[in-house]
Design a protein around this ligand. Structure first.
Ligand code: BG6
Ligand code: MG
Length: 213
C-alpha cells in the first residue's frame, strides 16, 4: 500500500453537525420534516442528490429554479457556519494518524465530494498537509461514482490497487470499491457490507497499511 485517500467531511473534520444544521435551516423554512435519520442518508452524496432525498418528505412540488434556490439558501448558511471552524474541529487522532503515515512514507490525499472542501481545509489549518487534494469542483460524477478517488490516485501517481480509502459514508465505500481500492469504514460506514475493514479508532489505519504493505 502506497497511499491513503481520506474523505473529508465526517472523517477528517466534524462538519456533519454543521451540514445537519444547514439542511435543517432550509427544511424548517419550507416546513419539511428533517431529522438525523434523514441526514445520515445524505452522507457522502452531492448537495443536489441530498436535496432530492429531503424533498421526498415535502408535500409541495418544486421546479428546477426553486430547487436551485433551496440549495443556494442552504449553502449560504452552511458557508457562514464554516467560518467558525478551527483546528479543534479536526476529529480525534487524525493528526497523529497523518503524522504516522507520513513517517512510514505513505502518501496522503483528500478525496471529497464537497465544493467547500478548500475552505474547510483552510479554516482547520490542513491546506498544506496532504500530497493531493480532490474536491467537488473537480469532478463530474459524485460518490458512489469512483471518479473522485481515481483522480486522487492519478494526482498521487499511484495505481488504484495501491490505495486505501477511509470513508464515513456508504456511498464513499461503494465508490472506493468501484475504484478497485481497499475500503476502510469509520462511523456510519461501519454498517457498510462492502467495507474491507471497519474501525472504531481511525489510528487503526496505520496497522492496516502496515499489514497490507
Ligand atoms: C460530502 C458530504 O462530503 O459533501 C455531503 O458528506 C455533502 O453531505 C457533499 O452533501 C457536498 O458538499 P457541499 O459542501 O459541496 O455542499
Ligand atoms: Mg464523509
Amino acid at each position: 500500500m502506497k497511499a491513503v485517500i481520506f474523505d473529508l467531511d465526517g472523517v477528517i473534520v466534524s462538519t456533519d453537525e454543521l451540514q445537519y444544521r444547514a439542511w435543517k435551516h432550509m427544511a424548517d423554512r419550507e416546513g419539511i420534516p428533517f431529522n438525523w435519520e434523514i441526514n445520515n442518508r445524505l452522507r457522502g452524496i452531492s448537495r443536489r442528490d441530498s436535496l432530492e432525498i429531503i424533498l421526498e418528505n415535502s408535500s409541495k412540488t418544486y421546479d428546477e429554479q426553486q430547487k436551485m434556490e433551496l440549495i443556494t439558501f442552504k449553502n449560504d448558511y452552511y458557508v457562514k457556519l464554516l467560518d467558525g471552524l478551527t483546528q479543534d474541529n479536526i476529529l480525534p487522532n487524525v493528526m497523529e494518524l497523518l503524522k504516522k503515515l507520513k513517517s512510514d512514507g505513505v502518501k496522503i490525499a483528500v478525496g471529497s465530494g464537497s465544493k467547500n472542501a478548500k475552505k474547510i481545509l483552510d479554516k482547520t489549518g490542513l491546506s498544506n498537509v496532504f500530497d493531493a487534494i480532490v474536491d467537488g469542483t473537480e469532478i463530474k460524477h459524485s460518490k458512489p461514482d469512483p471518479e473522485v478517488f481515481l483522480l486522487a490516485a492519478a494526482k498521487l501517481h499511484e495505481k488504484p490497487e495501491n490505495c486505501i480509502v477511509v470513508e464515513d459514508a456508504k456511498a464513499g465505500i461503494q465508490a472506493a470499491k468501484m475504484a478497485n481500492m481497499i475500503a476502510v469504514g469509520v462511523s456510519d460506514a461501519r454498517n457498510s457490507e462492502l467495507a474491507d475493514y471497519k474501525v472504531d479508532d481511525i489510528l487503526e489505519v496505520v496497522d492496516i497499511v502496515r499489514e497490507l504493505s
